[in-house]
Design a protein around this ligand. Structure first.
Ligand code: F6R
Length: 600
């Protein structure tokens, strides 16, 4: 997730762009850059790190009044957060900024290299500007060159491009990643942004571009390539715009999960293959065991994946809580692949565990959401979750993307080990492709949860129960509720209840039961019946009606238990959210918690 801005007009362009980028900084701050155009002169300024670094760099260059410019704040996906990889990217005479991922960039790059183009970055973005110039050099028709470029790109992206060949124009296109084009309040002004927020105060009229819509803007007007656009009025509250109109970042992030799950899979799923550029195919040589290590929500993603590593890759797998692992004097073997899962890449306990494993000579792999973090710098291999910046302290989209990445890795390993049939692999990949749909928030279910949440504000606690991979999901549901509602909640494997916890059950003890159709349905059904017999108040989440429930949240029937897993995840997140809202808690910054736990 990156942020892009563009401006045509008489205001000081560099200031408009910098202010816009500052507003978009939450979308990524690995580096920032702008390109300004004036006659034959393109001025470019980039800086690693936050937008303030760019602001300082800009002070060093001339202070002309440019009439046109584009800007970018980066959340690295391809290539490290370096100066070379910072946008805008240059061809011979044009610059581009890009938000999203170009899936087929390698193939395009190979073709362009043959045509003599020289690349200086490791990004997927750089191919866009070279491809554009390649077409333009051949066709000598800038509009056609831009259209042909767009046609060739695969993936999810939005782009802004400026060129010395047409000094007063910005070329734009949206396919999958957000982009807004706006008329400024002054005559001839045009603005672009990834979200509403930078435009507020500067514009009233905007087009939220649909996919596959693009065009060319200049101070004389905006030309769209097709009719699929409509002008709307811009909201006026900046704070609400930053949250995309949601009341809380956590809610926005729950709703974002469908989109970011797509980002997380782009380029990694190809036809019936799983590809990880980051992993060598000899990774499992001499490896006979996987050990996963993490804290909190990331631990739950790790635990969930352990079912998949054993079931699909058929590799012995164990999972450790990082704070425990550090002091238990673990016996480590070089035949173990050590995987750390972390949203921030800075959690002290997980980082120390990673250092211990490295020191013992183990191969290390980190699944992380922050590219330039301590863990990605330390591990032998790092794979990004691509969830985009998570602002809500209670983690949501990091969990879903981590789980998806781990599931993909388990299939990748299964293939390397020859432990999965072609048909089974194809079926799993087909299911992965349906995950973004399973993660879409169902409005009817959200409304139902809003209503039923009022019945869960008291009592003496919650049991979240599930079996198999739905047990880590139950743990995650309980953790979410604890974190933001401050109510006591425990996650349990449903089969464990009769071994002790059932003693707590009465009508004031709420059970949230995960009852997927595709995995051990009859087993969990009997466990829930046992609780019902002891008068627990039961809320079941299932695609199948269950007579003994006091509350019932009906999920969709699906062919694969993992699709049920992700739909139920959203239900659990919304349940915690709505209970916390009713209790008037600070959802995004719950008491006693911090987003990144860098102390022991
Ligand atoms: C819960 C939550 C925490 C983190 C944990 C690990 O919502 O956010 O439990 O998951 O502190 O943090 P990371 O993943 O950054 O290592």
């Amino acid at each position: 997730m990156c942020g892009i801005v563009g401006y045509i007009g008489n205001k000081k362009t560099q200031d408009v762009l910098l202010n816009g980028l500052k507003d978009l900084e939450y979308r990524g701050y690995d580096s920032a850059g702008i390109a300004l155009l004036e006659q034959d002169n393109i001025e470019v300024c980039k800086a690693v790190g936050k937008v303030d670094n760019l602001r300082n760099e800009l002070k060093k260059i001339n202070n002309k009044n440019y009439k046109i410019g584009i800007g970018h704040t980066r959340w690295a996906t391809h290539g490290k957060p370096t100066y070379e990889n910072a946008h805008p990217h240059l061809g011979e005479y044009s610059y581009v900024v890009h938000n999203g991922i170009i899936e087929n960039y390698k193939q395009i790059k190979e073709e362009l290299l043959k045509d003599g183009h020289i690349f200086i970055s490791q990004t997927d973005t750089e191919v866009i500007v070279h491809l554009f110039e390649n077409y333009n050099n051949k066709l000598n028709n800038i509009k056609e060159a831009f259209k042909k470029t767009i046609k060739k790109l695969k993936g999810a992206y939005s782009i802004l491009l400026i060129t010395k060949e047409h000094k007063n124009k910005i070329f734009f296109f949206k396919s999958g990643s957000p982009l807004i084009v706006a008329k400024g309040k002054e005559k001839g002004e045009v603005l672009f942004s990834s979200t509403d927020s930078p435009l507020i105060g500067l514009s009233n009229d905007v087009v939220y571009l649909e996919d596959e819509v693009g065009g060319i803007a200049s101070s004389k007007g905006i030309e769209f390539f097709n009719d699929n656009y409509k002008w709307s009025t811009l909201p006026t509250s900046k704070e609400s715009a930053q949250k995309d109109g949601f009341d809380f970042f956590m809610e926005k992030e729950i709703y974002e999960q469908s989109d970011v799950s797509n980002d997380c899979m782009i380029g990694r799923l190809q036809d019936d293959e799983i590809l990880f550029d980051e992993i060598d195919s000899n990774i499992l040589e001499d490896i006979n065991e996987i050990k996963l290590c993490a804290c909190g929500t990331s631990y739950h993603a790790a635990l969930a994946s352990s079912y998949l590593f054993e079931r699909l890759s058929k590799i012995r797998t164990s999972v450790e809580i990082a704070s425990e692992f550090r002091y238990k004097k673990p016996l480590l073997s070089k035949q173990t692949l050590f995987i750390v899962v972390s949203q921030s890449g800075e959690t002290a306990d997980s980082l120390e565990a990673l250092k211990m494993a490295k020191k013992e000579g183990l191969k290390t792999l980190v699944i992380c959401n922050a590219n330039n973090s301590s863990m990605t710098r330390l591990a032998n291999i790092s794979i990004l979750a691509r969830a985009g910046i998570e602002k809500g302290v209670a983690s949501t989209k990091a969990f879903s993307t981590q789980t998806i990445v781990l599931w993909m890795i388990s299939l990748y390993f299964a293939k390397i080990k020859n432990n999965i049939s072609k048909e089974k692999l194809a079926e799993e990949i087909q299911t992965l492709r349906q995950v973004p749909k399973a993660l879409i928030v169902n409005n009817t279910i959200h409304e139902k949860i809003k209503r039923l949440s009022k019945r869960y504000l008291h009592g003496h606690g919650f049991f979240f129960i599930g079996r198999d991979i739905f047990f880590p999901l139950a743990l995650e549901g309980a953790l979410k509720l604890k974190e933001i509602s401050y109510l006591h909640a425990e996650g349990y494997p449903a089969g464990e209840m009769k071994h002790g916890p059932i003693a707590l059950v009465d009508s004031e003890l709420f059970t949230i039961a995960l009852m997927p159709q595709n995995l051990l349905y009859d087993k969990i059904k009997s466990n829930v019946e046992e609780l019902s017999a002891r008068d627990s108040t039961i809320c079941t989440i299932s695609p199948l009606n269950f007579d003994l429930s006091d509350d019932f949240i009906k999920t969709q029937k699906a062919k694969h238990y993992m699709l049920e897993f992700f739909e139920m995840l959203v239900v659990l997140q919304l349940l915690s959210l709505e209970i916390a809202i009713r209790l008037k808690n600070d959802v995004d910054m719950p008491r006693n918690l911090a987003k990144s736990v860098t102390v022991e």
